[in-house]
Structures are given as structure tokens and as C-alpha cells.
Write a protein that binds this ligand. Structure first.
Ligand code: EPU
Length: 342
């Protein structure tokens, strides 16, 4: 069925809780309904959204918002060591993580509780605790609105990078309909990131018990996220607001010199050194601060929040600009938003 609404209130369709409307809102629950749409006729701009968990609406949307309610999870094949699952773009990503953990399948347990839907996960290459969704994506199926045909891409053709993919750069050309994931039945926990081992009650150097299950890792990830991040549905936010910047080693040394006696958190990456934006923002004194109805989360400075539930887009943007300026003044680094502004 194709559901068509006009003047749609979007406040429940964006986790920031911005009180904005869309001129047209179309939701489809089958591929046939999507294919029935006449893309030439839609009021522009056209924007496809997922769970609205990585978006900042900067005002009322004057075009057409599309949303997938294609919700299925189907095992395509399996053997003793792996399983291939096809999942509709409108499935809540964490429901897929829960299903995988319940079945003892490895691969998405570290991505537990990330808000959003399966289609958006493949656009955004969501990641957490040392895992990225690209590592388990086998094929992405999409509708090519330009050519008017179904297409599919192997993961290696999706130009996946840190929170990035080809789908982010082709201006809404492809609408993801479903994603085929390849998960493992073989014991393969990834606990190297941050405090995941501690959350499982393991010492940093202790061997990981072979009895550990994906469900136990999932539960530990959920505990850690709940400690640090605002609860979706209670406090408006879009998760990490900024990307973690990558700087040269020389720049990293300069930053260390700016904060003598302080250990600057960092990760070595292929093209330099990645510094957590949350740390930079905290160093500038923003953690837990309010600016009107907008604020910086007190337990993780990378997360901007709709502190009172009444924030206007302008208040979030004003706070964003203030943070960018203060990090640039103090450290000479220009933070870039991770959240998409539309
Ligand atoms: N840190 C601070 N102060 C803060 C926040 C962080 O000093 O206020 C420092 C700490 O030293 C900490 C380090 O930054 O050890 C890293 O923090 P954290 O583990 O919370 O990760 P992050 O780099 O801030 C990234 C992702 C998150 C993901 C976590 C866990 C980005 C932009 N964000 O945050 O993703 O959950 O790692 O893997 O890459 C999201 O994308 O919406 C998101 C929440």
C-alpha cells in the first residue's frame, strides 16, 4: 500500500524532535508500490528518510519525503559456518541485530542499539565499537530513479568509507529496497574497542572465553551505550553530531603540545591520526552546557541534544556554529557535521 499524507507532522519521524512538517509524505510497504510512483511528478526536492536518526531538519520541508515500510527478514541460505539474510530497508536495524543475536549469528552485535533503519544503515555505513556495517553487507538492492530500474551493488562497489558510501553522493538517485547481509556462525567477537571488554567483566589482557555469545556482546554494547548516550525517544538527538576528524601526525603533536600533561585520545588510521571530536569539544568546555533549548550531552560531548524538547532548528545550528568556532580557535581543527542537514 502507498500511504500519502499532506502537511505531515515530522516531529516523530526525526529523533531530534524538530517540530517541522513535510508538504508531501509518501510511505510504501512493498516494492510494487515504490515502482508505481511517478518520480517525475513528485514535488521537489525529494528526500528519502529512514528512522530520521541522523538528520537535522532546518525548517519545514517543501517537497516530498519518502519512507520505506518494507519490513521483512528472510534467510536466503546457510551452512555450518555462515548465514545469508535478506532484510527490507524499513526494518529497524536493532531488530535485525536482536534477531541475529538470538540465533547466535556474529557480525552485527557491536552495532546493537544504533538508531535507524536497514536502508539508511547501508547509505551511512553505520559503525560502533570497532565494527562497521559494510563488513557484513554482501549486496545492496536499490531502485535507480534515473533509469527507472532495479539495480544491485556488491559491497565492494558501494564506495564504503567512514560513515560514507556512493549512495550519499548521488543526490537521491538510488532508493535502497533491501540489503543482503552475510553473518557468521563461527565464534568471532570483536572486543578491542574502548571499554567493551570491561563491560563484559574482562581484564584488558584476559583471554576472551570461548563460551561468549553474540547475545552477551549485544547486551554489553547496550549497557555501554545506555550509560553514555541519551535514550532515543526521551531526549531528542541525532547521536554523534560531528565526525571524528583525521589529522596529520604533525598536527596531532601540535595538539598534544597545547595540552601538556594530558593524554590526547587518538587512533592511528591509514591517512593520519583520528581524534575523537567529543574530546575536543569537552576540552573547549562544552560538555553538559546549554544554549537556549539546545545543549551538549553531559556524558558524551559529541552529542547535541534538544534539551527541553522545544528546540527550534536555529538553536541547534547556533550551538553547532559556536562549537565549530571554539574548536577551531583552540585547536585549529574544523569539525564537520556527521548529521545531515536538510
Ligand atoms: N571523549 C571525551 N569526551 C567526550 C566524548 C569522548 O574525552 O565527551 C573521548 C574519550 O577519550 C573516549 C573517546 O573520546 O575514549 C571516544 O569516545 P567514544 O568511545 O564515545 O566514541 P566516539 O568516537 O566519541 C564513535 C561514534 C559513535 C559510536 C562510538 C562507539 C563517530 C562520529 N561516532 O564516537 O557513533 O557509538 O564511536 O563506537 O564516529 C553515531 O554515529 O551517532 C554514534 C553514536
Amino acid at each position: 500500500m502507498l500511504k500519502k499524507e499532506y502537511g505531515k507532522d515530522l516531529s516523530r519521524l526525526n529523533t531530534f524532535g524538530m517540530k517541522v512538517t513535510a508538504r508531501y509524505f509518501y510511505e510504501y510497504d512493498s516494492l510494487a508500490d515504490l515502482l508505481d510512483l511517478d518520480f517525475e511528478e513528485l514535488a521537489r526536492p525529494v528526500k528519502h528518510i529512514g528512522g530520521g536518526s541522523n538528520l537535522l531538519f532546518t525548517g519545514d520541508f517543501r517537497g516530498t519525503i519518502l519512507h520505506s515500510a518494507v519490513r521483512f527478514m528472510e534467510v536466503l541460505s546457510q551452512d555450518a559456518s555462515s548465514v545469508t539474510v535478506s532484510v527490507g530497508s524499513g526494518v529497524v536495524f536493532d531488530e535485525f541485530c536482536a534477531r541475529a543475536a538470538e540465533n547466535g549469528w556474529w557480525g552485527v552485535e557491536n552495532l546493537s542499539l544504533i538508531p535507524g533503519e536497514v536502508g539508511a544503515s547501508a547509505v551511512q555505513n553505520i559503525g560502533a565499537y570497532g565494527a562497521e556495517v559494510k563488513d557484513v553487507i554482501r549486496t545492496v538492492f536499490a531502485y535507480d530513479t534515473r533509469e527507472g530500474e532495479m539495480v544491485h551493488f556488491d559491497a565492494s562497489d558501494c564506495a564504503y568509507a567512514y560513515r560514507d558510501s556512493r549512495f550519499k553522493h548521488e543526490d537521491g538517485r538510488y532508493i535502497i529496497t533491501h540489503v543482503v547481509f552475510s553473518l557468521s556462525k563461527q565464534w568471532s567477537p570483536r572486543l578491542d574497542y574502548g571499554n567493551l571488554k570491561a563491560a563484559l567483566g574482562l581484564e584488558p589482557d584476559a583471554p576472551v572465553p570461548s563460551s561468549l555469545t553474540p547475545m552477551q556482546v549485544r547486551e554489553a554494547v547496550i549497557r555501554v551505550r545506555n550509560e553514555k548516550l541519551p535514550e532515543v525517544g526521551k531526549v531528542g538527538s541525532a547521536g554523534s553530531f560531528f565526525k571524528n576528524p583525521v589529522v596529520s601526525r604533525e598536527k596531532y603533536e601540535q595538539i598534544c603540545a597545547l595540552v601538556p600533561g594530558v593524554r590526547v585520545p587518538h587512533y592511528d588510521v591509514a591517512d593520519g591520526v583520528k581524534i575523537p571530536a567529543g574530546w575536543l569539544i569537552e576540552q573547549c568546555g562544552w560538555k553538559g552546557r546549554r544554549s537556549g533549548n539546545a545543549g551538549v550531552w553531559g556524558k558524551q560531548a559529541l552529542v547535541l541534544v534538544n534539551a527541553t524538547g522545544q528546540a527550534e532548528p536555529e538553536e541547534i545550528i547556533r550551538l553547532e556554529k559556536q562549537i565549530v568556532v571554539s574548536v577551531r580557535d583552540r585547536f585549529g581543527i574544523s569539525l564537520e557535521p556527521e548529521v545531515e542537514h536538510i
